[in-house]
Design a protein around this ligand. Structure first.
Ligand SMILES: CC(C)(COP(=O)(O)OP(=O)(O)OC[C@H]1O[C@@H](n2cnc3c(N)ncnc32)[C@H](O)[C@@H]1OP(=O)(O)O)[C@@H](O)C(=O)NCCC(=O)NCCS
Length: 156
């Protein structure tokens, strides 16, 4: 019984639309300034992200607690473009649950990749726990002087 409780997800994923741009920005702003994650704080940029990617709000007991997104590249390749949990809800396993649900949606996709900051210890731990392998490090990735590292999950 205890194990069943543990495996039941506490979150649902809800597709974002451009009407959600302000809510998206609010989540990004809640993270504050950090060198390990480049936040999106302008409405135009948020709308562009929502139009380009499949962005899902992560909901816990009806409340929006984060977002996760992916972009379909060429056939057989998806790129995970965001994973955010607002600070108040971090450390409860919600990011892992959200990633598990997205990976389930992408279960037939052979290659799933993403980038993160090499000092983003939590993000790296999460991705590695799902089998992502570290790839190349790219300096000054977004032009702000900070590096990023590529990670990929390749299914054979
Ligand atoms: C990265 C982020 C999404 C994690 O969200 P979260 O809900 O706190 O993550 P979870 O609770 O699901 O998982 C935390 C995992 O991080 C790891 N972790 C947590 N603290 C850690 C630490 N100090 N050192 C190493 N690993 C740590 C553990 O593996 C833990 O999983 P476990 O408890 O099952 O072992 C969240 O911190 C965030 O939004 N950060 C800002 C945005 C960001 O950097 N996003 C990633 C972009 S690639």
């Amino acid at each position: 019984m205890e194990n069943l409780e543990k495996e039941r997800p506490d979150i649902t994923l809800e597709k974002a639309t451009i009407d959600d741009a302000e809510a998206y920005i609010a989540l990004e702003k809640s993270l504050g300034e950090t060198k390990t994650y480049a936040t999106i704080t302008e409405k135009d940029e948020a709308i562009e992200e929502i139009n380009k990617n499949n962005i899902f709000f992560i909901k816990n007991e009806g409340e929006v607690v984060g977002h996760i997104a992916y972009e379909m590249k060429e056939s057989g390749h998806a790129y995970i473009s965001s994973l955010v949990i607002t600070p108040k809800y971090q450390g409860r396993g919600l990011a892992k649950q959200a990633l598990r649900q997205v990976l389930e949606k992408l279960k037939d996709i052979e290659k799933i990749d993403l980038i993160t900051h090499p000092e983003n210890i939590k993000a790296l731990a999460i991705y590695k726990s799902f089998g992502f392998q570290m790839g190349d490090r790219i300096e000054n990735y977004f032009g702000d002087g900070e590096p990023r590292i590529k990670l990929a999950l390749i299914k054979k």
